[in-house]
Design a protein around this ligand. Structure first.
Ligand SMILES: CC(C)(COP(=O)(O)OP(=O)(O)OC[C@H]1O[C@@H](n2cnc3c(N)ncnc32)[C@H](O)[C@@H]1OP(=O)(O)O)[C@@H](O)C(=O)NCCC(=O)NCCS
Length: 312
């Protein structure tokens, strides 16, 4: 069996019926406890998800016509430079023949022809074979969770900073998150600093992959964007003390825009910021907040000095 015994296809919604019937990641027995993701994949293959273009790069046995391998990718039309990639699978009987490699390479050349520069994917650290395949094709690990979930990104050097830095003095506006923002926001949150920063807001682990579920109900979110490009995300969750707010981005001006809009819409807003985080503290001050008090919190066994901010 060789990779050439198979044909490779780029499928989009509406997906062929025999592909939908075969697609492995909508099967309850395979997805086990990940039913939320399974339901989202059912939406992808059966209904189509608004705001993004989901594609399946699939391999088919030329002789029998059976589907045998697949990988998914997703791109928002407003930021075609960034793509999600994942749910990679090859039928047991066809593994090791180069089909998976050909599926990845078909996907990458198709994305690159469409203008994608950064391609990100989630996987598990234990999945050595897949991680090795990704490494050899240019991905690097960007986040590793203690539970073994990892996030890998394939991108040009310095692209992350470039993408999330606003252009000139063009206006940055705040608004509600939209489906087309989600791929870029996942890229924004693909850095180790982001999950630590947004930890109290539960935007960590599986919840970080916001575009997978389009679920923003557990917190109030504000996105700062320049034209269509998301630059910063602010989030607030209700606590006994009020609305705990935080913001993530690489640019102080964009973060301030998101934070200013957020504190206007949530009741009793406050923020706890690591005392040494001068950029974020500056963004909060630019957003009209003021330093209230210092406190020490324990995080993963470390004592961290925090500065509390409230609106002026
Ligand atoms: C991961 C998977 C899709 C790969 O498909 P495949 O058709 O077997 O892949 P290929 O034959 O093209 O390539 C196998 C790769 O594993 C490498 N490999 C082979 N034997 C290996 C071993 N014992 N240990 C580690 N790597 C091995 C090969 O060198 C090759 O990598 P390369 O193309 O970079 O040289 C398939 O194994 C699968 O479906 N696994 C279960 C689902 C899964 O884990 N998905 C990934 C989730 S992120």
């Amino acid at each position: 069996m060789r990779a050439d015994d198979f044909s490779y296809h780029i499928l989009e919604y509406p997906f062929p019926d025999d592909f939908v019937a075969w697609y492995p990641y909508t099967k309850s027995e395979r997805m086990g406890e990940h039913d939320r993701w399974r339901q989202w994949l059912v939406r992808v293959v059966e209904e189509g998800v608004p705001g993004v273009r989901d594609q399946m790069i699939a391999a088919r046995d030329v002789e029998s016509g059976d589907w045998v391998g697949v990988v998914w990718n997703s791109v928002a039309p407003t930021c075609p430079e960034i793509a999600h990639f994942g749910w990679f699978y090859v039928e047991d009987r066809c593994r090791g023949a180069g089909v998976g490699g050909r599926v990845i390479e078909t996907c990458l050349s198709n994305l690159s022809a469409d203008g994608a520069k950064a391609v990100m994917l989630p996987t598990q650290l234990e999945n050595e074979r897949a991680i090795g395949m990704y490494y050899r094709r240019g991905w690097h690990l960007s986040i590793t969770d203690p539970n073994g979930a990892v996030w890998m990104v394939r991108e040009p050097a310095d692209y992350y900073e470039y993408y999330f830095t606003p252009e000139g003095r063009e206006p940055i506006r705040a608004g509600e998150p939209e489906p087309a923002d989600f791929v870029a926001l996942d890229y924004l949150l693909s850095r180790p600093y982001a999950p630590v920063r947004l930890l109290p807001l539960e935007l960590v682990g599986n919840r970080r992959f916001v575009s997978f579920v389009h679920d923003w109900d557990s917190a109030t979110h504000v996105v700062a964007r320049q034209e269509d490009r998301p630059l910063a995300v602010g989030a607030a969750v209700e606590t006994e003390e009020g609305s705990l707010c935080d913001v993530f981005g690489v640019d102080r001006r964009a973060m301030a825009v998101a934070m200013r809009a957020l504190v206007e819409i949530v009741p009793r807003p406050y923020a706890d910021i690591a005392a040494h985080d001068t950029m974020r503290r500056g963004a909060l001050e630019d957003a009209g907040m003021r330093y209230l008090s210092a406190q020490v919190v324990e995080l993963a066994g470390a004592q961290i000095n925090m500065a509390r901010y409230i609106p002026v």
